[in-house]
Design a protein around this ligand. Sequence first.
Ligand code: PMP
Length: 356
Amino acid sequence: MKLGDLPIRDDLRGRTPYGAPQIDVPVRLNTNENPYGPSASLVGDLAEAVRRSAGDLNRYPDRDALELRRELAAYLGHGLAPEQVWAANGSNEVIQQILQAFGGPGRVAMGFEPSYSMHPIISTGASTEWVAGAREDDFGIDPAKAVAAIEEHRPDVVFLTSPNNPTGTALDPEVIARIVGAAPGMVVVDEAYFEFARTGTPSALTLLPDNPRLIVTRTMSKAFAMAGTRLGYLAAHPAVVEALLLVRLPYHLSSLTQAAALVALAHRDELLGTVDALRAERDAVVEWLRGRGLTVADSDANFVLFGRFADRRAVWQGLLEHGVLIREVGPPEWLRVSVGTVEEMAAFRAALEEVL
Ligand code: PMP
C-alpha cells in the first residue's frame, strides 16, 4: 500500500514532509544549532535533575509548567509575569498551538517570504489557508506594502520572523508596530534567533504592553544550545495564554523536559556565553564571503545566506563531498550556512575555496 492509497486529508495529498537532511558528516552547518555542547559540569547538573525527576515518573508532570514559566518570564525581563508566558515542545509546537487556537478551517495565516518554511507547513497541518506576502530585495519588509497585503487578505494570523530565517534580517519594531496596527487578528513575531541579533536591536517584547494581539515566540534550540531538549516558549497577553490552554494536550511538556529546561535557565550564563563568539564568527564569515566576491545578506542570526549561484545544488553537493553539510534553502541561487565553531568555519571556507 502507498501513502496515496490511504484516506488521508485531501489538503495533505502530494505534500512532502519538512526535511532538513540529517546526514552524518564531519561538519554539520545546516540546521542553525549552536555548535557548542554543554560543559561536563552542566551535564552533571542536567543528569542530577533528571535523576531527581525520574523518581516521580509514575506521576504526570505539572500540566501548566508553572515553575518553568516563572523562570522563563524572569529570563525575558520586560516586566513580564508568568501568566504571560507559555511553553511547549519547541517553538514549533508553540506555533502549532497558536494556529489551533487562532487559525483553523476557513481562516487565513500569512507570512512574508522567503521565511521559515514551517510556518506554512504548520498552518496547513492546522487546516489554515496560507497566504504568502513578499519581502523586498534586501529581505526587509516594506510596511506600506505589508499593510496593503494585510488589508487585502484579512489574515487571522500574521507571522513575522525577526531575525528572519533563512535571510538573517531583523525587523525594526516600528515596522512590526505598523503591521500589528493593521492586522485584524493575531500577529506572531518569531524571535527564535533573537539572542544573536546585533547589540541594540530591540525585541518585539517592547511592544507587548500596548498590543494584546501580539505574540512573541522564542526557543532554547538556538542561542541556548538546547535543541535536543525541545523547549520553545512565548510571551503575550495573559488572555492569549488562556486561549492556548484550550488546545494544548494535557501534560504536553514532560517532567524531564521541564527539569532540563530549568537547569538550562539556571546555567544561562554558560549557555549564552557562546553567543558573542558566534556573532563574531558570523561577522567574519560574512566579510570573508564578500571578499570572495559573493553576495551576502546582512545577518542578525547564527547563519548566513549567500549566493548567487546559477547552480546552487552543485555548490551544495561539492561542499558535501568535502564533508561540509550546509542548507539548500531560500530563494533560488542562494545557500545558507549555519555558524559553527572556529574549526568548522575554517573547514567550510577551505571547502568552498575548492568548490568555487
Ligand atoms: N522559528 C524559526 C524561525 C526557526 O528557524 C526554527 C528552527 N529552525 C524554529 C522556529 C523552531 O525551533 P524549535 O521548534 O526547535 O524551537
